[in-house]
Design a protein around this ligand. Structure first.
Ligand code: NAD
Length: 415
């Protein structure tokens, strides 16, 4: 087996815009409107000097605000060595389509810092996020732009962001979501993305007359999304037969015990008989494959070896456009990122509303609302897929682009 190149989309923003243009054609949008929806409202690049023992290392940070047509911009902050402007643009744009598809009153944004989060001490991480917040504070706020965690950042990082924001602008807990429970976080938010991914996997099997109980699942990524997706699949009766993180993958065809894996710092510490590479895990035969780590991991180089009937995109843009075309030709059913992993921003919306109202929901209410609203988006996407006789990704973009285009035109942005 060969190790594939990870995270390689030549131009991720262009790939998102291809989908926007295709949806725009179905909707008969004017070329100027498509062009406006394919551009970012604002792009900011900052430098972040990080103190080292005897010197300073200068990192590059980003915030891209793609659209505010339907509300304040919303999107995570990623700390990863491969972060660049094009990737942040693509992810910001995806947030616009995701928030529109699930019909929450937000636009789209994304941020990042090009740095290997696994090599940072807690103090360095805190220094970076505080500097990022100070540099961008004039663009942020609960009615302007609301960050959240993404790869390499977590609830703790969001707590530092909130604290820095409060020092500069005063008390506004809704300025960021994905916060710790002890600091205005919402019970249910941490698990929301993975929970949604697992439920979408189950709904997809059912929609295609396949049994959920006993269905085999393979997951790439054992971070926030991967862990909770694995737990969710297990809870719904599916069998997670393989999972990987950056240290490699583990396999047990009888089904892994996910809860017992949670106690290990990385999967390298788990006691198992069969191991595979981080990306080889994608090539294991299974009913449901959930890429939940990086973008571009299913690409022209490895697509011929993918053997899953259903692919649920836990990560953003895990499949390149070229690989996506091939998989669909072969009959694979792909649930796109903007639907499959939208539980995260749905959960962020619940946290934001609770912070604004200074009111807290019990976790059961959070889960019920999440499941109901995701089922609704799933149903709408399938309805449009049948109406236009298109794949689920195109259908999801048709729903989302129509909503954003309407808001854009009604606001008079064409004048
Ligand atoms: P995370 O940092 O919590 O976890 C990332 C996981 O991927 C880790 O287990 C890491 O070891 C693994 N990983 C990194 N490089 C890898 C490699 N080369 N091979 C295999 N595994 C590798 O990140 P996350 O929050 O779980 O995000 C994962 C993906 O889901 C990203 O694409 C993110 O944009 C997307 N996403 C996250 C959320 C959210 O709420 N966290 C919401 C929507 C989408």
């Amino acid at each position: 087996m060969s190790e594939v190149n990870l995270g390689t989309i030549h131009n991720p923003f262009a790939e998102v815009n291809e989908k926007v243009a295709k949806a725009g054609e179905f909707l008969n949008l004017k070329p100027g409107v498509i062009s406006a929806l394919s551009s970012c409202e604002r792009e900011v690049v900052i430098s972040i000097p990080l103190r080292k023992a005897n010197d300073v290392e200068v990192l590059t940070g980003y915030r891209v605000q793609h659209s505010s047509a339907r509300g304040p911009r919303k999107g995570g902050i990623r700390f990863h060595q491969d972060v660049d402007l094009n990737e942040v643009r693509a992810l910001a744009s995806l947030m616009t389509w995701k928030t529109a598809l699930i019909d929450v009153p937000f636009g789209g944004a994304k941020g990042g810092v090009a740095v290997d989060a696994t090599k940072l001490s807690a103090i360095e991480k805190e220094e970076i996020i505080r500097r990022w917040t100070r540099s961008l504070v004039h663009l942020l706020g609960h009615q302007r732009d609301i960050p959240a965690p993404d790869m390499g950042t977590d609830a703790k990082t969001m707590a530092w962001l909130m604290d820095e924001f409060h020092r500069l602008e005063g008390f506004q807990p809704a300025c960021v979501t994905g916060k710790p429970l002890e600091l205005f976080g919402a019970p249910g938010r941490e698990e929301a993305t993975g929970r949604g991914v697992a439920r979408i996997a189950a709904a997809t099997l059912t929609e295609n007359d396949k049994k959920v109980k006993g269905a085999s699942v393979v997951i790439q990524g054992f971070g926030n999304v991967g862990k909770f997706a694995a737990l969710g699949c297990e809870e719904l009766g599916m069998k997670v037969i393989a999972i990987s993180d950056v240290t490699g993958g583990i396999v047990d065809r009888k089904g892994l015990d996910i809860k017992s894996l949670l106690s290990f710092p990385t999967l390298a510490d788990a006691q198992v008989d069969e191991r595979v590479g981080s990306s080889e895990v994608l090539e294991i035969e299974c009913d449901v494959l959930i890429p939940a780590a990086l973008g571009g991991v299913i690409n022209e180089e490895n697509v011929d070896r993918i053997k899953a009937d259903f692919i649920i995109e836990g990560a953003n843009q895990p499949i390149t456009s070229a690989a996506d075309r091939k998989l669909r030709e072969w009959g694979s059913i792909i649930v796109p990122d903007i639907l499959a992993n939208s539980g995260g921003v749905m959960g962020s919306y619940f946290e934001w509303t609770q912070n604004i109202q200074q009111f807290s929901w019990p976790i059961d209410k959070f889960r019920r609302e999440l499941d109901t609203r995701m089922e609704k988006a799933f149903g709408q996407t399938h309805k449009i897929s049948k109406k236009y006789k298109v794949d689920l990704r195109t259908a999801a973009f048709i729903v989302a682009v129509e909503r954003v285009a309407k808001a854009f035109e009604m606001r008079g942005s064409l004048v």
